[in-house]
Design a protein around this ligand. Structure first.
Ligand code: NI
Length: 171
């Protein structure tokens, strides 16, 4: 099932998601499957549950965009436990379509999370993967990439979005 992606302006995107405490239910597996499907349909490389209107601490990432099933990553209740170095790259978000801005992020990060079964694991990523870990954990903390931009740039984007909201171009 493909979910509609929630866009900037919906309060669900700006509140911290609830921790997942129950594992092993078929509903969780189905939700994850649907999140991957929705992410691929939207041509994204990461998707957090609040982006489909579900305020739970779950994110999916696939740096291959669906080309390689072996690269699917599920992060439940993720926390960044180590961060090193810096990188600046253009970043966008399925919930803020049409806007891409350079964002400074750590170059290499280690995330600690749980899998579908509730088992804890740690994973280290660099560059794009490190960026995805940071972008998605931000989502689960109620934070969008816009919050990493200068106030000037952020206000400019907000104004443009508000204009689109008024004219009905922002779903
Ligand atoms: Ni995003």
């Amino acid at each position: 099932m493909i979910y509609r992606i929630v866009k900037y302006g919906d309060p669900v995107l700006e509140k911290p998601a609830e921790a997942v405490t129950e594992f092993g239910a078929p509903e969780l597996e189905e939700l994850l499957e649907n999140m991957f499907e929705s992410m691929y349909a939207a041509r994204g490389v990461g998707l957090a549950a609040p982006q489909i209107g579900i305020s739970r601490s779950i994110a999916v990432i696939d740096p291959s965009g669906g080309e390689d099933a072996g690269r699917r990553i599920v992060l439940i209740n993720p926390k960044i436990i180590r961060a090193e170095g810096w990188q600046v790259q253009e970043e966008g978000c399925l919930s803020v379509p049409g806007f891409h801005e350079p964002v400074r992020r750590a170059k290499r990060v280690t995330v600690r999370a749980q899998n579908l079964k509730g088992e804890f694991f740690e994973m280290t990523g660099e560059d794009l993967l490190a960026r995805a870990f940071q972008h998605e954990t931000d989502h689960l903390n109620g934070r969008l990439f816009l919050s990493h931009l200068s106030a000037l740039k952020r206000d400019l984007i907000r104004r443009k979005i508000r204009k689109m909201m008024k004219s009905g171009e922002w779903g």
